[in-house]
Design a binder for this molecule. Structure first.
Ligand SMILES: *Cc1c(COP(=O)(O)O)cnc(C)c1O
Length: 443
């Protein structure tokens, strides 16, 4: 149903729509009602669960669908999705400029930075674009970067840095672990590094890196070294204190714990990082990913001034605005605590099933996902379809050394925070039943 300008859209309503869509927006228009996909066997589900497999148990405009519990994209809230059916508007019109500006300001709160020198960026692109931003703008060709190697994603970050000419030293940890502070200290004292990079949660292993002590160590041993964090799988589900931990850059994406559809690269950089950009001897090594081009645009939007370098994605920015408004409507500490509680419950259930995690040390375990070794007798091509039949989507492995041996269970955002959905309990039960269907019995 197209939006009519008048007479049934009074001005107050219109102004709400021009920001992000109000909850009273007619919610049943954008989605066709469909059957569950054929991969789901409804005979395996109690009647009440068939409905629950769609998003919220009542009134959700989302068609019934298997619950996606992979480490991103995650299940999306109805209001976030509805924000994307915003009518088209100019990316330099006042309504959108205000929405974009507020979105950037809300990112400061999400990352816990009040330092006016901190600079948020929201660009069209996926999480990977954050690596390019750092590599093309904040490192110059020939400069040394120390990459803390935790798995597939830190390897990708290292490759990206090398593409732009950085001299990369990767300090690799054993699978399921992370480099330890004494070896990092030793590496930092052997060479002058322009930057160190750390993957806060390496989504290939479920390893959580500790940032506060790491950053303090860098400041003590090598104070000029910039600290860059890949927070794609941690921002909005793990504690992250940009100012308090003196971080120089955090890059993330829309589709993981932030709970907004994929397509936005989201980042925050410190005043030191912006200085490194401004004092480059060579121009940034990318055109679209040039922070020099985007910096004034982001500053203008936040000051509610129209500005153009390349067209942003207004519908995605509306969705991000809604997602951030929801996140910031409650204390962040509560959000992190809820993710931790749910993670503890899942990890206990995994142990009770007699299964091991890829990250064995509880201090190194992420709270928004769990990487689970399969029993030797169970293969990925059996277990994933068995879970899918029960309406639950998990991810296979991605770390090349163990790729066939484990599965990944993502637990972020609405699936954790909205208990009425029952997503987590359903997933634990599906895992139990699925393993049993694959012939596994706990020893
Ligand atoms: C998902 C992910 C990425 C890549 O993000 P894309 O949106 O797929 O480009 C990078 N780093 C980490 C830690 C991730 O989890």
């Amino acid at each position: 149903m197209p939006h009519q300008k008048t007479p049934d859209n009074p001005p107050a309503r219109l102004s709400l729509i021009s920001r992000h869509l109000a909850p009273d927006y007619p919610i049943n228009t954008p989605y066709a009602v469909e059957r569950l996909p054929d991969t789901v066997d409804t005979s395996l589900l109690p009647k009440t669960q068939i409905r629950a497999i769609s998003s919220s148990p009542t009134m959700s405009p989302q068609p019934p669908h298997p619950t996606i519990l992979i480490p991103g994209p995650i299940e999306f809230d109805d209001a976030v999705l509805q924000s994307m059916s915003h009518y088209s508007e100019s990316h330099v019109a006042p309504g959108f400029v205000a929405t974009f500006g507020e979105t950037l300001s809300m990112l400061r709160k999400l990352l816990q930075t009040t330092d006016p020198a901190s600079q948020p960026f929201v660009l069209s692109g996926s999480g990977t674009l954050g690596w390019d931003l750092i590599a093309a703008n904040l490192i110059e060709p020939g400069e040394d970067v120390l990459v803390l190697g935790t798995g597939y994603f830190s390897d990708g970050f290292a490759d990206c840095l090398a593409v732009y000419g950085a001299k990369v030293t990767e300090l690799k940890a054993a699978v399921g672990s992370r480099p330890q502070l004494p070896e990092i200290e030793k590496a930092l004292s052997e060479k002058r590094y322009k930057a160190i990079t750390v993957t806060h949660v390496d989504t290939s292993t479920g390893v959580l890196s500790e940032l506060a002590n790491l950053s303090a160590l860098v400041r003590r041993v090598s104070p000029d070294t910039l600290v860059f964090v890949d927070g794609v799988c941690s921002v909005a589900c793990e504690e992250l204190d940009f100012d308090g931990w003196k971080l120089d850059g955090v890059v993330t994406a829309s589709q993981k714990a932030i709970g907004c559809p994929a397509g936005l690269s989201i980042s925050m950089f410190s005043g030191r990082a912006i200085k490194a950009l401004e004092s480059r001897k060579t121009p940034p090594a990318s055109y679209f990913a040039s922070m020099k081009k985007w910096l004034p645009i982001m500053q203008n939007y936040e000051n509610k001034k129209p500005s153009y370098f390349a067209t942003p994605s207004p519908q995605l920015v509306h969705a991000l605005h809604t997602a951030l408004s929801q996140i910031l409507s409650k204390p962040l500490s509560e959000r992190f605590a809820r993710h931790k509680e749910t993670s503890d419950r899942i990890k206990k259930a995994v142990a009770d099933l007699g299964l091991k995690q890829v990250a064995p040390n509880p201090d190194d375990q992420a709270h928004g996902m769990t990487a689970i070794y399969l029993p030797e007798t169970v293969q990925i091509p059996q277990i994933l379809p068995s879970l899918a039949k029960r309406g639950v989507v998990f991810a296979g492995g991605i770390h090349k050394e163990i790729v066939t041996k484990y599965i990944r269970f993502g637990h972020m955002g609405v699936s954790v925070l909205d208990l009425s959905r029952g997503d987590i309990d359903r997933a634990i039960k599906a895992l139990e039943e699925g393993l049993s269907e694959c012939g596994y019995q706990k020893a």
